[in-house]
Design a protein around this ligand. Structure first.
Ligand SMILES: NC(=O)C1=CN([C@@H]2O[C@H](COP(=O)(O)OP(=O)(O)OC[C@H]3O[C@@H](n4cnc5c(N)ncnc54)[C@H](O)[C@@H]3O)[C@@H](O)[C@H]2O)C=CC1
Ligand SMILES: O=C(CO)COP(=O)(O)O
Length: 367
């Protein structure tokens, strides 16, 4: 641990520079610039790209202090330094913020093995999961197991472009045992416009952020079919119910209160109203499912990545392997629509046989 005048001093690196990665770097840097327990500089690892102008993205960010591709028009703060070299970006950092699309995390972690400062801590802002032979693996566990470090999570109603312009938002930090570390992360992220709470339920917090993207696709399909607010509200309610049931089946320790935190119902609402998964799913439904999600993602998000489609596939793998499909008709139907096995209109037809989820945890029915 680096010390200064007898006090611990923390150096932050952000691994990811997409839409949320850039906003998170900006927010963190606004705090490290004024909090004495943190070094000012925040190094942000950039997956290098060549811009249409022929310039390297990392060089453009350092010259303009702006990520013209993933967060145009927003200054990041002069203490945000873009670094295309992963090892250099994390050098001497003892607080690592992972914020890339979840499909890239395993490869990144493998490159970081043996490269970290001893005693470094991590937090994952990544909404997604991996499915291994042995079953579902949360991203925070993938990071912790691959790198041999502690990893918390930060999830919440966090549409990045709204946080970039400092509109009031909230977030939930999920941790396992070490509340002191969770509170240090909360100190790093808390600003007058970004209110962070902590919850000793890392699995519940992380699964909320992961699963809500599937429900957001369902909400987008409803929008694309012009089905109205009541239908969308019903889909969100059923989706929240399945999120809670799936989480508790996977991790019985998951707490009901977690679903009332920002990571739960608030993130579900914001994503079903204003998220990218919703927007692309709406377009998918308006095209009658004839244009693929990959095609629409490339055209509409211009390099940004959906997480809901791959998460729907990963969850479907778990449901199939464990024989739970009948318990989760919404989560299952979204995947089957995404791969073209069912038409978008199926998103409301499945509900004729609402499952009895009361068998899962607790004594009151889930409906
Ligand atoms: N954008 C948002 O509003 C929010 C996003 N999140 C979550 O944060 C995570 C990161 O999302 P964003 O920062 O928005 O990213 P993004 O959706 O903007 O994705 C683009 C990023 O992916 C990187 N990338 C592309 N190919 C890559 C590769 N082969 N290897 C490594 N990186 C590659 C790009 O360089 C770029 O940094 C996701 O899990 C997302 O669900 C969470 C809250 C809000
Ligand atoms: O996670 C998010 C809001 O909290 C962003 O959701 P989208 O990826 O659907 O834009």
């Amino acid at each position: 641990m680096e010390m200064e005048n007898g006090h611990a001093k923390y150096r932050v690196a952000v691994i990811g520079s997409g839409n949320w990665g850039s906003v998170a770097s900006r927010l963190i840097a606004s705090n490290t610039a004024k909090l004495p327990s943190f070094y000012d500089e925040v190094r942000m690892w950039v997956f290098e790209e060549i811009l249409p102008t022929g310039r390297k993205l990392s060089e453009s960010i350092n010259e303009q202090n702006e990520n013209c591709k993933y967060l145009p028009g927003i200054k990041l703060g002069t203490n945000v330094i873009a670094d295309p070299d992963l090892e250099s970006a994390v050098k001497d950092a003892n607080m690592l913020v992972f914020v890339t699309p979840h499909q890239f995390v395993e490869g990144i972690c493998k490159k970081l093995v043996g490269k970290l400062t001893p005693g470094a801590e991590a937090i994952s802002l990544i909404k997604g999961m991996e499915v291994k032979m042995e079953g579902p693996c949360m991203i925070s566990k993938l990071i912790a197991d691959t790198l041999g470090i502690n990893c918390c999570v930060l999830m919440g109603a966090n549409i990045a472009n709204e946080i970039a312009v400092e509109e009031f938002s909230e977030a939930t930090i999920g941790y396992r045992k070490d509340k002191e570390v969770a509170n240090r992360w909360a100190k790093l992220f808390t600003t007058p416009y970004f209110l962070v709470s902590v919850a000793e339920d890392i699995e519940g917090v992380e699964l909320c952020g992961t699963l809500k993207n599937i429900v957001a696709i369902a909400a987008g399909l409803v929008d694309g079919l012009d089905m109205g607010n009541n239908t969308k509200a019903a889909i969100m309610r059923i989706g929240l119910r399945e999120m809670r049931a799936f989480s508790k089946l996977l991790f019985p320790s998951v707490r009901d209160n977690t679903f009332f935190e920002s990571c739960g119902v608030a993130d579900l609402i914001t994503t079903c109203l204003g998220g990218r998964n919703r927007r692309v799913a709406e377009a998918f439904a308006r095209n009658g499912g004839k244009r693929s999600f990959d095609e629409l993602e490339a055209e509409m998000l211009r390099g940004q990545k959906l997480q809901g489609v791959s998460t729907a596939r990963e969850v479907y793998e778990v449901l199939t392997y464990r024989g739970w499909q009948e318990l989760f008709p919404l989560l299952s139907t979204v995947h089957e629509i995404c791969i073209g096995q069912l038409p978008p209109t199926s998103i409301v037809e499945y509900s004729e046989h609402t499952p009895n989820l009361s068998i899962i945890g607790g004594h009151t029915p889930f409906y």
